[in-house]
Write a protein that binds this ligand. Structure first.
Ligand SMILES: Cc1cc2nc3c(=O)[nH]c(=O)nc-3n(C[C@H](O)[C@H](O)[C@H](O)COP(=O)(O)OP(=O)(O)OC[C@H]3O[C@@H](n4cnc5c(N)ncnc54)[C@H](O)[C@@H]3O)c2cc1C
Length: 361
């Protein structure tokens, strides 16, 4: 049986490691040619840490910074609480490199710097950037936030509700570093949020998620940051005197979406299978769980197992994604955000169970 994995993020790499450990040869195709940044908050929940451990990766030894607290800030209101378990901050640059190195170490053939142009799931063929074709019996689609021609997610009816992710890194700065030591900080605003955490290299990862409408109204990522810094003093304090000169963006993020069906032989993993609101900080765990689970289904049932597994994965993650959507919609609107912050100030202990309910099991 020939298996191709397209995409070497957490989902694709987790699938590759699981298949290789199960004695099944596979080939993974990743378009980037070396270590690279990803638009992501870099928050690893305790579920993600446990899944990484299962894959033989110790996040602490990669330099991940322990996170034990969460701070929510909305205008002048702020609330802080302990997380129920220790989480971590780790750059995707470091995480993805470690996952792909582990895949290679387990015997996976990893093709880097190779972009897949399109896929035909019926013929089980993928076409590469040089127009050459590869055939397979099972195709594991793990291109994450990026669509692949022939197997793109059907998102046309969601066009108005898609979000945009933005990311930049801020240099070490003593006051900011002290404020973020062991804490993830979320700044909530209309139609989006900004998250900050310290990474292993001493930089702060600044990640924003915002509606396409709000971004367009602001006139783009840098004007949006300037607008937010003007309106939100606590965020302005974290950004410091100089606003970032460059921000990376990814558009078309379909929070809450899942693939409930698929074609025989096509396993849709990670964000190509189910997307949880980034505010919950659990997309990486869901991608790892999907990668492992999809690979285990392939090992047990062969390519024919794709449809049963895909439907089951969508169902198992359904409640978690729905709760994250409720939370996201709640904090993106001014009235419900104010009510939620008032409630959490009275009872900050509610944050821990909410964090538990949006974890991958
Ligand atoms: C703004 C924002 C912040 C987030 N913050 C967090 C967070 O703090 N914690 C968390 O757990 N989750 C977070 N998430 C979610 C998380 O980033 C995703 O759920 C996770 O990255 C999904 O992993 P994946 O492997 O499916 O895809 P990805 O991480 O997107 O990886 C896909 C890989 O496929 C490769 N690829 C794409 N197309 C091709 C192609 N045609 N040919 C070959 N290779 C290809 C890419 O180069 C990439 O390496 C955030 C999401 C957003 C939008």
């Amino acid at each position: 049986m020939t298996t191709l994995i397209v995409g070497g993020g957490p989902a694709g790499a987790a699938a590759a490691i699981t298949l290789a450990r199960g004695g099944h040869a596979c080939r993974l195709i990743e378009r980037t040619s070396g270590e690279h940044d990803v638009v992501c908050g870099g928050f690893l929940g305790w579920d993600a840490l446990a899944l990484l451990d299962r894959l033989g990766i110790d996040a602490a030894s990669l330099g991940a910074r322990p996170i034990t607290r969460v701070r929510l800030i909305a205008g002048a209101r702020r609330v802080e609480a302990a997380l129920p378990h220790t989480a971590a901050g780790l750059s995707r640059r470091r995480l993805d490199a470690a996952l792909l190195a582990a895949a290679e170490h387990n015997g996976v053939e990893v093709l880097r710097g190779t972009t897949v142009r399109s896929a035909d799931p019926e013929r089980r063929v993928v076409r590469l950037h040089d127009e050459s074709e590869l055939t397979c019996d099972a195709l594991l689609l793990a291109t994450g936030k990026h669509e692949l021609r022939g197997v793109a997610r059907p998102l046309a009816d969601r066009r108005d509700s898609l979000a945009v992710g933005l990311r930049t890194a801020l240099p070490p700065e003593s006051a900011r570093d002290a404020a973020l030591a062991d804490t993830i900080e979320l700044h909530l605003f209309d139609q989006g949020y900004a998250g900050l955490l310290l990474q292993e290299d001493g930089t702060t990862n600044l990640c924003l998620s915002v509606s396409q409408r709000r971004l367009a109204e602001a006139g783009g990522p840098l004007p949006l940051l300037a607008e937010l810094a003007g309106a939100l003093p606590a965020l302005a304090e974290r950004l410091g005197r100089d606003l970032p000169a460059q921000v990376t963006a990814i558009a078309g993020v379909p929070y809450g979406w899942s693939a409930d069906t698929t074609t025989a032989g096509l396993f849709r993993l990670g964000d190509q299978g189910a997307v949880i609101a980034s505010l919950a900080g659990d997309g990486i765990a869901m991608a790892l769980a999907g990668g492992i689970g999809g690979a285990e289904a392939l090992l047990a049932e062969g390519p024919a197992g794709a449809q049963r597994w895909q439907g089951g994965f969508a169902r198992r993650t359904g409640r978690q994604r729905a709760l994250a959507e409720v939370f996201r919609h709640g904090v993106e609107r001014p009235i419900s955000r104010a009510a939620l912050m008032a409630l959490l100030r009275l009872a900050p202990r509610l944050i821990a169970p909410a964090a538990l309910l949006t974890r991958t099991r």
